[in-house]
Design a protein around this ligand. Sequence first.
Ligand code: CP
Length: 319
Amino acid sequence: MSGFPHRHLLGMESLTAAEITTILDLGERFLEINERPIKKVPTLRGKTVINLFLEPSTRTRTSFEIAAKRLSADSVNISGSASSTVKGETLLDTARNLDAMAPDVVVVRHAQAGAAEMLAARLKAGVVNAGDGAHEHPTQALLDCSTIRAHKGRIDGLDVVICGDIRHSRVARSAIWALTKLGARVRIAAPRTLLAPGLDEMGSGAAGNVSVHDRLEPALEGADVVMMLRIQKERIGGALFPNTREYARYFGLSQRRLALAKPDAIVMHPGPLNRGIEISPEVADGSHAVILDQVARGVAIRMAVLYLLAGGEAAASAE
Ligand code: CP
């Protein structure tokens, strides 16, 4: 399809603003299918999508599967515990064997940064990065941008707070690339031990469009969007903060803290939530939260990504 010349989706760093907008616009068109009584179109009939998830997932894996099915592609799910990786087979050998079955797209989640890129260089199928270690999670950033654009009418010129375990967060990294390419200013907030070096040099566009704060309150002042992230216990090796109660006290999003943002600010979270740690239940379930809309838009965005990588346009024009 013109406007998206890639075989793989590996990260937001390598996409242009125009390419991101192409995916967001296509996602808007697919949203309508998800609201029909019969949620299925023949666009990817005859195509095959393999979801190879070697780390746990609820939202990403399920929404890729639903996205493939709603476009009439055949989809197969493989989890770490049910694959021969538990018998010692390498990721590359597993993926090469799956590739020999001629899928059109392999969606991969893996604990190692660079896993999807490594496979993209070696497989015939298109590869989608569904999260690689602490590196990137591009479809999460796309669904986040889709949600912000829907609720705010634009992304350009907005002030977006991203608060939490930035150091271990592929969600933060992809969001910073995507949001700054689309003209937002990003304010990162975290305890110093959960920040990463070079964050203020990340981002695209105008200099100074990423600012770093070691307290949440100054970051929240006048913000349009507040994105809270989970403490990633599975990636935190040692003690990087005293305890979760202390973390919640200084970096948890309460109603009182949210009042520092703009009155119409939206609250986002990629999930899974740690209620009472990074976000209070009142805020998570409150009127500012758009967390379940993020999930709904995730299906449409993944339909758009599969359509672009599996040759949906060619399939549609062949009918
Ligand atoms: N946001 C996200 O990636 O959620 P899952 O881990 O459930 O896929």
